[in-house]
Design a binder for this molecule. Structure first.
Ligand code: FES
Ligand SMILES: [Fe+2]
Length: 374
């Protein structure tokens, strides 16, 4: 008797990676509807601190109010639409946002407080002209926004099961040791497709393939092996190999181990949590890393990588080079592969790719995209 071979899975149309009009559909149906990670609460340290956050073709003014609350607004004045802020980050002294055009002035909770040089009008009520607010919520020190006036799901409903995966890390208290941003010439979906499979790992990531032996076989999980026979004690999740304690060039811990981490995660040396479409977080024994992305166009994304450490370790004792070099290497290897994939999409002959059976997670991601575009 012969066993039926698995079948290939259709991929998305190539046009979805190169066509500006389609990209705009994805911005509206996905990026302006889902919860998007924009940074860490500590990025707005004091009341009055603000940052401009360009995301999904919009520019947000995200600030910490005088009451300590983080809030997000469109960076647009309600009078005649001027931007309110032009510096990428700063501080509102005096708890006021003053438009640079005609000096309409808003309080940090977004209410219109003053309209200088305005001739009084019978039908004008300042309370009808607050800044355009954007939903904002936080989880474990991470800040998320949602452009929908009434998001279909709460942040917890959207990502609760992923939050649970890394719940044992002391995420809320960790300190950002390093942050860096890269521009990658690929469609945002290619980034995630690459993230969702390891068939590329042996060729693209020689160092990571040595650190995580299953990746070296091109597999994400032990039971992805076509002839896998369950055996007692098998660890199905990919895990760091013998003598590899964390993601670092030497394989040794960069910092003292974080306390309280789930023993199963200690055994694997890593645990991923994914927040489509804008971020993932990976917990290691001694530090946590996040990767955030957002599209700058149909064929360009901005990727921000950050490393978080125990605040009890003095900054002078954190060797940032040792902490960051392995994670950066892997992300930039992925970025290069994604850029090559993007270039090939321009072929007029290539109407769609094809997924192999082990790329099942890519297929799930495609379904996630298709459902939102439907
Ligand atoms: S556009 Fe802002 S005050 Fe006129
Ligand atoms: Fe990769």
């Amino acid at each position: 008797m012969t066993t039926a071979l698995p079948r290939t899975i259709p991929s998305l149309p190539t046009r979805w990676y190169v066509d500006e009009a389609h990209h705009q559909r994805e911005i509206e149906a996905i990026w302006r509807r889902e919860w998007l990670c924009i940074g860490r609460e500590a990025d707005w340290a004091a009341p009055g601190d603000y940052r401009l956050v360009p995301i999904a073709g919009q520019e947000l003014l995200v600030l910490r109010g005088e009451d300590g609350e983080l809030r997000a607004f469109h960076n647009t004045c309600r009078h005649r639409g001027s931007v309110l802020c032009t510096q990428s980050a700063g501080h509102f002294a005096g708890g006021r946002i003053v438009c640079p055009y005609h000096a309409w002035t808003y309080s940090l909770d977004g209410q219109l407080a003053r309209t200088p040089r305005r001739i009084p009008c019978a039908d004008f009520d300042a309370s009808n002209y607050p800044l355009y607010g954007v939903a904002l919520d936080t989880w474990a020190g991470f800040v998320f926004i949602n452009f929908e006036p009434a998001p279909a799901m709460t942040l917890r409903e959207a990502f609760g099961s992923e939050f649970d995966l890394v719940a044992s890390w002391p995420l809320a208290t960790l300190r950002t040791a390093h942050s860096e941003t890269h521009t990658v010439a690929c469609n945002w979906k290619l980034f995630w497709e690459n993230f969702m499979e390891c068939a590329h790992c042996p060729g693209v990531h020689p160092e990571l393939s040595r650190a995580v032996p299953l990746y070296g076989k091109g597999l994400l999980r032990l039971d992805d092996e076509p002839n896998y026979q369950p055996a007692p004690g098998d660890l199905l999740e990919a895990s760091c190999g013998e003598g590899v304690e964390t993601w670092s060039t030497s394989g040794k811990l960069c910092l003292p181990p974080l306390s309280g981490i789930d023993p199963a995660a200690i055994a694997t040396g890593m645990r991923f949590a994914t927040f489509f479409p804008s971020a993932f977080v990976v917990g290691h024994r001694d530090y946590v890393r996040s990767v955030r992305l957002h599209p700058l166009g149909v064929d360009k994304i901005e990727v921000t990588i950050e490393w978080y450490v125990d605040p009890a370790v003095p900054a002078s004792e954190v060797d940032v080079k040792t902490l960051t070099e392995f994670g950066r290497l892997v992300v930039l290897q992925d970025a290069r592969a994604c850029e090559l994939a993007q270039r090939g999409q321009r072929s007029t002959r290539h109407e769609a790719g094809v997924l192999m059976p082990q790329e099942y997670d890519v297929a799930l991601f495609h379904r996630w995209v298709q459902e939102r575009l439907a």
